[in-house]
Design a binder for this molecule. Structure first.
Ligand code: B12
Ligand code: SF4
Ligand code: SF4
Length: 412
């Protein structure tokens, strides 16, 4: 899962260039003002109305109790559905050197933007001038505890079975920013969720929202099925303390990874990761990985399903509940979606971003990976071959090549 190409495209710049916000923020702000007043006690809403311009930077004010403000922000965050909110200094520290090593080794594969934007990632104030503080927030997304193990079932990673988190998380962060403005007046900020070069896991870790698991994701005693989002801001909020790590001697995620992508604790070589291979990679999936992908057609959850801490995870926000039967669909059913159906059914879902061609590429690979032992394997093979042959002359060379690979495997 990676950053949206450009979160600035739908934003309008106002008088002060350091702050951007979405087109309809002013009208949304009006609607929200009433409920924000209730949420945060309403004391400064009048001032906000008079102050007006959210595009201004925050004038540091010795009369503001920033520690108390932080607690109010946390409380407002909880009311907006965030599982937790924390604060860090806008200094990613030692994680930057590790990121540069990772890039130097080429672990980012074809995700060129990771290398291109490394400096912005390392320097928050370069991305958003005036930034001194990061407000980190997490939203739980676990849609259910089921795993896609039926012989003809498609495995779609859990984060992608419901609504697109980029929009949901950023829209809630915007509401949180509105709530802060209602409290203290205009301040400088920008909201992100996997939408710009931001070291989200590192800031969440520094904010005390969890520790970094050996799979590199943010992990907490409530598990790792959480989306992260951030507000870069010029508010001098006091930072929270990081929490203790609790991976101990466990190596379950390293052992469970089907492709050996967690090459060392705290290090994922994206080029081997099924999430990268099925989502980020535009061209052919290297043949050595195809058999290892199994029935995973979009992303992979194995390093999380095996994690002992996820036994305690609760079902997440209803926004991320499965839609269009993506939790139970069969490979053949999804393979037969026309491009128009793909576009229509997946509107508002992150999968749509990969496009129909990569979708067919991924499903072709999964169709070629017959489960090792399943009753009715002969029937399965016949049905799969039939579906694959229907796409043998697909206009896309990428699809044709993966279909041919799958057919050869089923025949061999
Ligand atoms: C690029 C990216 C990917 C890439 C690379 C993943 C990776 N681990 O680097 C790919 C496409 C493979 C990917 C996959 C997934 N992703 Co992704 N991804 C990102 C993205 C855009 C950037 C992450 C990044 O900077 N990676 C680069 C490396 C250098 O950074 P790093 O792993 O964080 O840590 C390095 C150093 O900091 C250092 N380090 C840091 N601390 C420490 C500590 C010690 C002791 C040591 C030794 C080293 C060390 O070690 C690493 C270098 O080896 C973030 C969003 C964002 N803007 O942050 C989402 C994000 C990390 N992804 C997310 C998710 C959900 C996933 C998937 C689960 C999706 C799926 N189901 O398929 C998988 C999980 C795979 C995995 N185990 O990482 C979520 C994670 C939420 C969480 N709970 O942490 C994020 C935060 C998006 C979001 N806003 O919610 N992703
Ligand atoms: S997402 Fe899957 S392939 Fe990627 S590191 Fe985790 S277990 Fe390995
Ligand atoms: S599986 Fe074990 S090592 Fe991996 S993140 Fe979970 S607790 Fe840590």
């Amino acid at each position: 899962m990676t950053e949206g190409a450009n979160d600035g495209s739908r934003k309008r710049r106002f008088a002060r260039p350091e702050v951007t916000f979405e087109e309809n923020d002013q009208s949304r702000l009006q609607q929200w003002r009433q409920c924000l007043a209730q949420m945060l006690g309403g004391c400064l809403v009048g001032q906000f109305e008079n102050g007006g311009n959210i595009g201004a930077m925050h004038d540091q004010d010795s009369t503001v109790d920033y520690a108390a403000l932080k607690e109010k922000i946390r409380e407002a965050g909880r009311k907006l559905g965030f599982a937790a909110v924390g604060v860090a200094r806008a200094e990613p520290g030692a994680a930057v050197d590790k990121m540069r090593e990772w890039l130097a080794e080429g672990c980012h594969g074809e995700m060129d933007y990771m290398a291109r934007h490394a400096d912005l990632r390392a320097n928050p104030a370069q991305l958003q001038p005036g930034t001194i503080t990061v407000i980190s927030a997490v939203i739980d997304y676990l849609p259910h505890h089921e795993t896609a193990e039926g012989p003809d079932q498609a495995a779609i990673s859990r984060y992608a079975q419901g609504r697109d988190y980029h929009k949901v998380v950023r829209s809630r962060l915007q509401k949180l920013a509105d709530a802060i403005a209602a409290q203290i007046g205009p301040f400088g900020y920008r909201v992100f969720s996997d939408s710009a070069p931001v070291m989200e896991v590192e800031f969440a870790r520094q904010s005390g929202l969890g520790w970094r698991g050996k799979h590199t994701l943010l992990l907490s005693k409530q598990g790792s099925w959480r989306f992260l989002g951030d507000i870069y801001t010029d508010l001098p909020l006091p930072p929270d303390e990081p929490i203790e790590e609790h991976c101990g001697t466990c190596t379950a995620c390293l052992d469970a990874c089907p492709t050996g992508a967690i090459v060392a604790p705290y290090k994922v070589d994206a080029r081997r990761c099924i999430s990268y291979l099925t989502i980020e990679l535009a061209g052919p999936i290297p043949e050595e990985f195809r058999p290892l992908i199994g029935n995973r057609i979009y992303g992979c959850d194995d390093c999380q399903t095996c994690c002992p801490w996820n036994r305690f995870a609760q079902t997440g926000d209803p926004e991320f509940a499965p839609r269009h039967g993506l939790d139970t669909a069969t490979l053949i059913e999804l393979f037969n979606w026309t491009e128009a159906e793909f576009d229509r059914r997946l509107a508002g879902n992150p999968i749509r971003r990969i496009g129909h061609e990569r979708w067919l590429r991924n499903i072709a690979v999964a169709l070629g990976n017959l489960p090792a032992s399943s009753s009715g394997a002969a029937n399965l093979t016949v049905n799969r071959k039939k579906a694959l042959k229907m796409k043998s002359d697909h206009p896309s060379a990428l699809v044709r090549e993966h279909v041919a690979w799958a057919l050869a495997r089923l025949e061999g």
